[in-house]
Ligand binder design. Structure first.
Ligand SMILES: Nc1ncnc2c1ncn2[C@@H]1O[C@H](COP(=O)(O)OP(=O)(O)OP(=O)(O)O)[C@@H](O)[C@H]1O
Ligand SMILES: [Mg+2]
Length: 292
């Protein structure tokens, strides 16, 4: 076998990236209402003022991250005076890590190793002032930052930056997926007095929304007619049972891989059953079933 020769076998996948966790889809039409609400709250950032702060809450897999990332991408295309920064708090859990992420977004490189936390914050403020830029920082899965005091400190340093560095303007979009966690009630009074967030709730997806999202992804990612309607319905049913669309996206990718390995141009019910057997699903997902 010659290792570098491109394969001539037709592939079932047209674009594998649409099944990846970091793929940013166009939000489904049903989620446009949330996208519009978010855009409405952030609109003052477009004219150089501090945007309103927002909490996006809802169970896992309801499109919160997808919605914020899609709007941030639109903002980036429109202006460089209103700068969206996405921070995944599952990865960046400390104040230093969060501010470093903001620094990297503005400077195009991470802070030097010898920069202290306050150096990074000051550099962020100076870059904002130099560029006359307003920021909106998304703290995705903010609960991962840790204790109540750490969450308060992270919010306070962003929301009250204007006190130490006059002229800096930052809006915060916090994302929460644990419905038992009430961020607004959990922050200190001193933080709340500058936070006053608008809450945008992302309800569980209806079955027809699940079907629409999966169908779109099949169209974008796989060859035409690769997934017959009946097979897609099996996947929809599986998502309905588990209440998380990611289960369906993963299943489609696994089932299509099985068909491709077998040299077939169509995914069958057996592929889906085999893919189901090999996928490990978090048993807690069964708690939230998709509404019919
Ligand atoms: N409205 C939508 N349109 C298209 N795809 C969507 C939509 N909502 C969710 N998805 C897809 O479903 C998957 C989960 O979405 P997303 O990551 O935004 O959920 P989430 O609410 O942030 O979940 P979590 O709270 O677990 O982080 C992603 O693959 C995303 O592309
Ligand atoms: Mg998310």
């Amino acid at each position: 076998m010659e290792p570098n020769r491109p394969s001539t076998t037709p592939t079932l996948f047209q674009d594998r990236s649409v099944f990846a966790a970091d793929y940013v889809p166009e939000p489904a039409p049903s989620r446009m209402a949330m996208m519009d609400q978010l855009a409405f709250n952030l609109r003052s950032g477009m004219v150089g003022a501090t945007p309103s702060h927002v909490i996006c809450s809802g169970p896992p897999g309801t499109g919160k991250t997808a919605c914020v990332r899609a709007l941030f991408a639109e903002i980036e295309e429109m202006t460089d005076r209103f700068i969206p920064v996405y921070v995944d708090c599952r990865i960046d859990r400390t104040l230093y890590a969060i501010h470093s992420r903001v620094f990297a977004r503005l400077a195009g490189r991470p802070p030097a190793d010898d920069m202290e936390e306050w150096d990074v914050t000051r550099a962020v403020a100076e870059m904002m002032r130099e560029r006359k830029a307003v920021l909106v920082v998304c703290l995705d899965d903010i609960a991962c930052i840790g204790s109540r005091s750490e969450v308060n400190l992270a919010l306070a340093t962003l929301l009250r930056m204007y006190e130490s560095y006059p002229g800096t303007k930052i809006g915060v979009v916090a994302i929460v997926n644990d419905l038992r966690y009430h961020l607004a009630a959990d922050v200190d009074r001193s933080v709340f007095s500058v936070f006053h967030p608008t809450e945008i709730f992302f309800p569980p997806l209806y079955v027809k929304e699940i079907r629409g999202i999966l169908r779109d992804r099949v169209r974008q990612g796989l060859a035409p007619r690769a997934v017959p309607v009946k097979v897609l319905e099996m996947v929809v049913e599986r998502v309905r049972e588990h209440g998380d669309i990611r289960v369906g996206l993963d299943l489609l990718q696994r089932a299509a891989t099985l068909a491709e390995q077998d040299g077939r141009r169509r995914v069958t019910a057996e592929d889906v059953c085999t893919a189901c057997e090999s996928s490990v699903i978090d048993p807690r997902l069964r708690v939230i079933r998709a509404p019919a």
